[in-house]
Design a protein around this ligand. Sequence first.
Ligand code: FAD
Length: 374
Amino acid sequence: MKSWDAIIIGGGIIGLATGYYLTKKKKKVLVLEKNEIGSGSTSRCIGGIRQQFSTPCSIKLAMKSVELFETMEKEFGFSVEFKKSGYLFLAFTEEQKQKYLKAIEIQRSQGLEVHFIDRKEVKKLVPGIVDDELIGGAYSPQDGQAFPFYVIKGYAINIARLGEVRRRAKVTDIIVENGKVKGVVLEGGEKLFSEIVVNAAGPWAKDVGKMAGLDLPLEPERHEAFITRRWKMESIPMIVDYRKDGGYFQQRINGQIIGCYTPVPRVEGTRTDSTFEFLKEMSYRMARVIPELADAQILRQWAGSYTMTPDGNPIVDESEIEGFYIAGGMSGHGFMFGPGIGWALSNKIVNGEWGLDMSEFSIRREFQKAELLK
Ligand SMILES: Cc1cc2nc3c(=O)[nH]c(=O)nc-3n(C[C@H](O)[C@H](O)[C@H](O)COP(=O)(O)OP(=O)(O)OC[C@H]3O[C@@H](n4cnc5c(N)ncnc54)[C@H](O)[C@@H]3O)c2cc1C
């Protein structure tokens, strides 16, 4: 009978980060991925990494992630294209400015370098930006980006040194006995045993929860994105435009512009079809902020899932089934939170302590306090 220190369901950033930090603690880990690694949400994200959140819990988690992103090149032996290229949240109204100022106070109290910059400074930072209605923006030069494909590659290679990352391995059932998890069953019937099982199945985490009899408040929704050909190098930080018809975009370190927006109304489910409407809208929304970008050539578009909880914050916790952990509901923050969550989960599993305040992500919370900056 083959058994493991931990079995992780899902080969996205969350499952692989958890596997990697467990492996670093000398645990024998098996990651099961039904398709290819990164094939869920992770390879479809736009690689943004920010620490500008509105609560100490989220800020600290994101700061821990940044600390870990910074060490990846050394640990993996290759670059993950991590760069502190900044995040700029645009303010168009006094109300928005006040909201950012309040958040900045909390962010600074946690040690984050962040400022409210006026219109002139925004213009200096992002040449060519339209400043008619702009008041200024919340800016942290400590935020940035990395390339998801390299991050998960680094994690997967290193897990495989002590454990295994098995592709095309779909979990169809969770083995639970007397309120404790004992292992999983794969499509085809193979049983694999461990007293620790982590549900990191991203948009399918609700389905995996059901296998153990849990009804998790997780709902996937479709988000589309596009990337342009290389744009003349200017280093545009992640621009966050929270207007109703705004969006998010940044320049990758190779010069490409990558971006997306939150669709209204929501498009529920795990569909990944792309629309012409997105292409048109996103082009318009980006060029409205920086008109020169109307000349950028779009290279590719795609879609993926955000997995939402009722309050927009992740669930990272041990469930009511002993040894069965849930790490899901990452919304649009799973890539940036991923390393921190994996590190904290590995601490909890091995030492019984998270190593960070993770109370905001408890499965037992009321789901009423929404993150303001999302
Ligand atoms: C357009 C877009 C832009 C985004 N931009 C950003 C961004 O800039 N920054 C950021 O932080 N986040 C961003 N996100 C969100 C981010 O992509 C997700 O939060 C993150 O990737 C979630 O990671 P995950 O590991 O939870 O899920 P996933 O990457 O989906 O991994 C889950 C894996 O589990 C596997 N799986 C599911 N069921 C089973 C099963 N039964 N058996 C075995 N395997 C199974 C799936 O195949 C999948 O590979 C974006 C998302 C989208 C769609």
